[in-house]
Write a protein that binds this ligand. Structure first.
Ligand code: HAM
Length: 455
């Protein structure tokens, strides 16, 4: 039996084949994501991997709906495996928003399913670190999220030389679209592509933007595909909406930050993170629900697909709650697939092994019971300890300890006067030390190197 295309098997290291993925590496990435999210005050949530199909059909946009794993369940319900976490989260928040103080700062690491064409960086399932904030319209929240995104990548040892956050804005494109439409109505064929100067006054949270109409959404889709699609095709599509590719390109090239983006940039610079971000209006995001600032993380060489993407979606909770709950939201998703490719390419993966503090050799079967007691006490104290389950030749046992990457071996033996003592060997320095079995405490502290000490 083969696994399905686009799905992965995760094995412990050392990996048996280049075609499988590392469970240790996955844990390393998950642990890092969790750690950084916790440092930023985000709380973990989770939701079901299977949802009502309807949750996606009206909220996520055509592209993702075309990639759904959907079917009718035995109760005749139209259901889908989750292709993204945001609709589930918006549903959960809408249901119990009143029970939580705002802003709500939550994260999750769901496995997501999209029926995509399998290629480099794209599979049919992936894990995605999602971090989202609800109940805050101020751009300081956008900056907080982008800082979390940057720091999650930095915690994996990536630097400003490795990745960049491209920051755009649907609001900027909304204004561009409106200006163009107004000019077209006035009879000016080519809309004025010049970006408007930012409003110097402090910006109050504007009235929540309304969802774009069909023509505007179509315009966003053309912008989203601009870098991938043939220029003549894009130009023809833009012309049909009353715009020109030159006008659009001029606007992108000017890269003039809106007042809102200016606030975000200043906030990030104040933290010393200014070097990680650049204004790039090519980034508009494919998903339908975004309303404000949007961003994507890319490798700096531009060889890989987006590492992460996100932005503001101030209408989604309202849409999903049928108008009952209004709460601005924003967030990002970072996938494990492109990230793993990048970490591998940059040689930033730590070595993975069983992480054993000690391997207990049992060479004298008469001492097995006493060995088991010692192993049990060490494990109870928090150490990772392994041993041979059944009698084995001493050299085989030692080989296994080395293969498992254990920090030390322990061996019970009888001293000159017949008392039981423990011989421990540091496998790195080859240093040996013998302590009486009764002195377990000294053994604990001597053995605790790997686990990093314990009480
Ligand atoms: P997205 O841009 O569709 O956004 O996905 C975010 C990231 O997930 C991508 O940049 C990519 O690294 C990874 N990803 C997506 N699809 C695949 C795939 N088929 N195979 C491997 N990796 C993939 C969202 O999903 C939004 N819901 C993110 C968000 C959260 N926005 C607000 N909050």
């Amino acid at each position: 039996m083969e696994r399905l295309p686009g799905f992965r098997d995760f094995y412990p290291e050392p990996l048996p084949h280049q075609d499988v993925w590392s469970a240790d590496l996955r844990n390393y990435i998950f642990d890092t994501w969790r750690n950084v999210a916790r440092r930023y005050g985000f709380r973990e949530y989770d939701g079901p991997p299977l949802e009502a199909l309807e949750l996606y059909t009206t909220k996520s946009g055509d592209e993702i709906v075309g990639q759904l794993y959907n079917f009718t369940d035995k109760g005749d319900r139209a259901v889908a495996l989750r292709p993204e976490m945001t609709p589930t989260l918006a549903r959960m928040v809408a249901a119990h928003a009143r029970n939580y103080k705002k802003p709500i700062k939550w994260f999750a690491i769901p496995q997501l399913f999209r029926y995509e064409r399998q290629q480099k960086g794209r599979l049919r399932e992936h894990f995605q670190f999602n971090a989202d904030i609800f109940g805050e319209s101020d751009p300081s929240a956008d900056a907080e999220l982008i800082a979390l995104l940057i720091d999650s990548l930095r915690a994996l040892k990536l630097t400003a030389d490795d990745f960049v956050i491209r920051l755009g804005s649907r609001n900027a494109w909304h204004e561009f679209f409106e200006r163009g439409t107004r000019n077209a109505e006035r009879g000016t064929q080519t809309p004025d592509p010049r970006p408007q100067p930012p409003d110097p006054r402090p910006q109050p949270p504007a009235a929540r933007p309304q969802p774009p109409d069909a023509a505007e959404y179509e315009f966003y889709q053309i912008i989203d595909k601009l870098e991938r699609e043939d220029a003549t095709k894009s130009d023809a599509k833009l012309k049909a909406l009353g715009f020109s590719l030159d006008g659009v390109k001029e606007f992108i090239a000017a890269a003039k930050p809106t007042a809102e983006l200016e606030v975000i940039l200043k906030n990030l610079s104040a933290r010393g993170l200014g070097d990680f971000v650049k204004i790039d209006y090519n980034v508009i995001r494919g998903l339908a629900y975004y309303t404000g600032p949007v961003f994507e993380a890319f490798d700096k060489k531009g060889e890989l697909r987006a590492i992460a993407g996100g932005g503001r979606y101030d209408n989604l909770v309202k849409l999903i709650s049928g108008g009952k709950v209004e709460l601005p939201g924003l967030g990002f998703g970072m996938g494990d697939v492109v990230l793993t490719e990048l970490l591998k390419e940059r040689g930033l993966l730590p070595p993975f092994d069983a992480g054993l503090d000690a391997f207990c050799l049992i060479e004298d079967e008469a001492l097995r019971a006493a060995s088991l007691k010692l192993i049990h006490d060490l494990r109870a104290a928090g150490l990772a300890v392994d041993y041979p389950l059944t009698p084995a030749k001493p050299d085989k046992q030692f080989k296994r300890a080395v293969e498992l990457g254990s920090a030390r071996t322990l061996r019970l033996e009888r001293g000159a006067t017949g008392e039981v003592q423990v011989r421990q060997k540091n496998l790195k320095t080859r240093e040996e030390k013998v302590v009486p079995l009764t002195d377990v405490n000294s053994l604990l502290s001597a053995t605790s190197g790997r686990a990093g000490g314990f009480p």
